[in-house]
Design a protein around this ligand. Sequence first.
Ligand SMILES: [Zn+2]
Ligand SMILES: [Zn+2]
Length: 262
Amino acid sequence: MRFSVLASGSSGNAVFIENDEHTFLVDAGFSAKKMDSLVEGIGRSMKQVDGIFVTHEHSDHIKGIGVVARKYGIPIYANEKTWQAMDGLVGNIPLDQRFQFDMETVKSFGSLDVQSFAVSHDAADPMFYVFHENGRKLAVITDTGYVSDRMKGFIRGADAFVFESNHDVSMLQVGRYPWSVKRRILSDVGHVSNEDAAVAISEVVEQKETKIYLSHLSKDNNMKDLARMSVTQTLETCGIITGEFVHLHDTDADQPTELVTV
Ligand SMILES: [Zn+2]
Ligand SMILES: [Zn+2]
């Protein structure tokens, strides 16, 4: 299985996953035109996409869903409450492209198993996904206020993580956001900070080569270098030296990461 974080941040998110038989996306939070160029950026085409797994109805995750579904006939998967919440936001999606993916269930596509799991976020029924193939595992988890033991159970031992590292708490606190927005981000249904991400990562990685893609960085309350440094330092206090078996990777708000094999 191979994947690329096509782009990730406050203004849009999409992850590309493929194996020898299938091509999928988690979310399509950009315009159809931008989705085309991101996928072309890794040498692939939106025409190849066999399905999009939706995490929740926030616009940074579904902006392009309606248009790409209609343009390319791509099947869309979401749980029932997310479908209800998306109605009116994504335009008409033909019935034969609407698929239900229930919370905490597994769908199999040949040798690839896709597991959904619940997160804690202020959306209708937000969920993220773990991809399993031939004993290899990719976990995608952004948009959660905290990482519960239950979530850790789903993602533990992945070979690669697309992991939220949303904000630096002090940047957020002194920044220009209104207090209500700050309180939302810091709440249990907001986003995880660099430090909280690192603590959770330390509890789910196993002693093997593991790639961590720091994702969904806030444009205003984080920076790549800061996220990397905070996560590195916090992991160290948890007894994990990055570069030994845990490798941190940046993601970009506008550019795809290199397509890598899990
Ligand atoms: Zn969200
Ligand atoms: Zn988001």
